[in-house]
Design a protein around this ligand. Structure first.
Ligand SMILES: [Zn+2]
Ligand SMILES: [Zn+2]
Length: 173
């Protein structure tokens, strides 16, 4: 998961790696799961201590629908374009000037780039704010918890607006 920058001898190097999904698991609070493998195909250009990393990250993710919690697949293809600077230049003056202001800038330390971290950050950017299994997902019944896309429960008919219930109780007093 670590790219050792010392292994890059030339000015330019192609790095292509695949990561099995289970090695990219973040543990309990995962927003997504990587199905099968994630493929990282990078072109790395070395310029002194700067590394321009351009390429593509592809994977199929599995997300939870924000309404019904059912899992849904999301095919992700992200164009990666990052400029890695040594972390020491992040503090103090540093010799580097970041000219391409629209370019994503990242930092590396100890001649290493953590590819797992890079992948997670790119996925985070690619995730929809509110993933939906389908546009008209009907969500879960707030009473019985049943999935309204697949089951028709009777709770719906009994549900009433809590504000209305308050009004009713006021009236009866
Ligand atoms: Zn849904
Ligand atoms: Zn219900």
């Amino acid at each position: 998961m670590i790219l050792d920058l010392r292994s890059i001898k030339g000015q330019r190097e192609r790095v292509r790696r695949t990561f099995p999904g289970d090695t990219l698991s973040q543990g309990g609070g995962d927003q997504y799961r990587v199905v099968d493998t994630a493929t990282l195909d990078l072109d790395i250009r070395k310029d002194g201590g700067k590394y321009r990393v351009v390429g593509r990250l592809e994977a199929t993710l599995e997300l939870g629908c924000c309404r019904c919690l059912e899992s849904l697949p999301l095919v992700v293809g992200v164009d990666v374009d990052l400029l890695f600077l040594p972390v020491s230049d992040n503090t103090g003056e540093g010799d580097f000037q970041i000219e391409e202001s629209d370019l994503g800038t990242a930092f590396y330390r100890d001649d290493q780039i953590d590819l797992a971290q890079l992948i997670h950050e790119q996925f985070q950017l690619a995730l929809p704010m509110k993933p939906l299994c389908r546009d008209d997902c009907r969500g879960l019944c707030p009473v019985c918890g049943g999935n309204r896309n697949t089951t028709t429960c009777q709770c719906v008919e009994r549900w009433e607006d809590p504000r209305l219930a308050v009004l009713k109780s006021l009236k009866s007093e």
